[in-house]
Design a protein around this ligand. Structure first.
Ligand code: ACO
Length: 347
C-alpha cells in the first residue's frame, strides 16, 4: 500500500500539472432521441439530468480523442512529448481488442520513451489510474505520467433500447501527473471491485466468452446491456463509501472537501451521494447535462471544466469518484496546486 500524505515516510507526492480535453463536435440532443425510441426530453431530464451528449463520427476513434486530450495536457504542463515516461489510458472502448489504445496514442503524440498500457475499469478507470500513477511517481519509478480517460461508448449502444441509449456520450480528457511536495497532489485513494456483479453492466459477445457471429450481431449481443436499477442502488452506496475511505486514507473528513467531482452518470445518483456525505450543492460539480455519461472520460472532463471555470483554486481539497462495470469503484483526494512550490526537477 502507499504511504498516506500524512505519513513521514512519504518523500514526494504526485500532482496534476497539465489538463486537456477533447469531445466530438456532433451533438445529439434529447429531442433527437425522441425520433429513435419512445422517450421524451422531459423523462430524460427528470430521471437522469442529461440534455445532450456528444457522438463520435465514423473514423473518430477513442485513440484520436485520447491523443488530442493528451497533447493538450502535455502542452499545458509545459513539457515535450518525449519527456513523458508513461501513458495510461483508462478505456473500455479501445480501438482494438488489443493492442492497448495507450500504444496508439503513444505513436500519435510522439512520446517514444513512454511505456504505455490501458486500464480496464470502465467508468472508474480514471480514478484507478490516479492511484496507479501516484504510486509510480511517489516510489520514484516515474516522473512524468500522462493519464487519459477516453471512451466512445455510443459505438456499443443499442439505439433501440430506450433504457440505455439516452445515457451515454463520447469524449476524452487527460492529465499530466508530476512529482510534487509530499503535502500536495494526490493525498489519498480508495479503489475496489465486486466481480460477482460483472453481468450487471456488460457487452455479452465479442470477447473470448462468446465470439461474434452474424446471428449474435443480428441479436445485438455486441451492444451493452445494463440492469439499471441494480447499478443505481450500488452507485449511491459505493460513491459515498469510496469517498469516505479515500478521505480517511488522506487523514481528512468530508468537512475538508472544497469540491466534489463525481462520475457524471445520473444527477439523482450524484445528489444522493452528496447528501450522504453532507456536502451542499455549491460543493458539487456537474456537467452531465451537456455530455451524458462518457464512461472513463467523465471524471477528467468534469475536472477539466471545473478548473477552466475557476471552480478550483490552489490549496483546495477536491474529491474525484467513479463507479462502473465490473462492478468497480474508485475515489481520490487531491490537494490542488497547479503551480509547483519547489523545483520539481530536484524532487
Ligand atoms: N424514456 C421513457 N421511459 C423510460 C426510458 C426512457 N428513456 N427508460 C426507461 N423507461 C421506463 C421504463 O420502461 C419503466 O417503465 P414501466 O414502469 O412501464 O416499466 C419506467 O421508465 C421506469 O424505469 P426505471 O428503470 O425504474 O427508471 P429509473 O428511474 O430507475 O431510471 C435509469 C433508469 C436512468 C437507467 C437509472 O436506473 C440509472 O441511472 N441507473 C444507473 C445507470 C448507470 O449509472 N450506469 C452507468 C454505470 S457506468 C459504466 O460503467 C458505463
Amino acid at each position: 500500500m502507499l504511504s498516506p500524505a500524512s505519513s513521514p515516510t512519504r518523500r514526494r507526492g504526485a500532482a496534476i500539472r497539465g489538463l486537456g480535453m477533447a469531445v466530438p463536435a456532433t451533438v445529439l440532443a434529447n429531442h433527437q432521441l425522441e425520433e429513435l425510441v419512445a422517450t421524451s426530453d422531459e423523462w430524460i431530464v427528470t430521471r437522469t439530468g442529461i440534455r445532450e451528449r456528444r457522438i463520435a463520427r465514423d473514423g473518430e476513434t477513442t485513440s484520436a480523442l485520447a491523443a488530442k486530450a493528451a497533447r493538450d495536457a502535455i502542452a499545458d504542463a509545459q513539457l515535450e512529448p518525449d519527456e513523458i515516461d508513461m501513458i495510461l489510458c483508462a478505456t473500455c472502448t479501445g480501438d482494438y481488442l488489443w493492442p492497448a489504445t495507450a500504444c496508439i496514442v503513444q505513436d500519435a503524440i510522439g512520446s517514444r520513451r513512454a511505456a504505455a498500457f490501458d486500464i480496464s475499469a470502465a467508468c472508474a478507470g480514471f480514478c484507478y489510474g490516479v492511484e496507479v500513477a501516484a504510486a509510480l511517481i511517489e516510489s520514484g519509478k516515474a516522473n512524468n505520467i500522462v493519464l487519459i480517460g477516453a471512451d466512445t461508448l455510443t459505438r456499443h449502444v443499442d439505439w433501440s433500447d430506450r433504457s440505455t441509449c439516452v445515457l451515454f456520450g463520447d469524449g476524452a480528457a487527460a492529465v499530466v501527473l508530476r512529482p510534487s511536495e509530499p503535502a500536495q497532489g494526490v493525498l489519498g485513494s480508495s479503489i475496489g471491485a465486486d466481480g460477482s456483479h460483472h453481468r450487471s453492466l456488460f457487452i455479452p459477445a465479442g470477447g473470448t466468452q462468446s465470439r461474434l457471429t452474424p446471428a449474435l450481431i443480428a441479436a445485438r449481443y455486441d451492444k451493452l446491456v445494463m440492469r439499471g436499477g441494480e447499478v443505481f442502488k450500488f452507485a449511491v452506496r459505493i460513491m459515498g463509501e469510496a469517498c469516505l475511505n479515500a478521505l480517511a486514507d488522506a487523514s481528512l473528513s468530508a468537512d475538508d472537501v472544497d469540491l466534489f467531482i463525481p462520475h457524471q452518470a445520473n444527477i439523482r445518483i450524484i445528489n444522493a451521494a452528496a447528501t450522504r456525505m453532507g456536502l451542499p450543492p455549491e460543493k458539487v460539480f456537474c456537467n452531465l447535462e451537456r455530455y451524458g455519461n462518457t464512461s472513463a472520460a467523465s471524471v477528467p472532463i468534469a475536472l477539466f471544466e471545473a478548473a477552466a471555470m475557476g471552480r478550483i483554486k490552489d490549496g483546495d481539497i477536491i474529491v474525484l469518484v467513479g463507479f462502473g462495470a465490473g462492478l468497480t469503484w474508485g475515489a481520490n483526494v487531491i490537494r490542488w496546486e497547479r503551480t509547483p512550490t519547489s523545483d520539481e526537477a530536484v524532487l
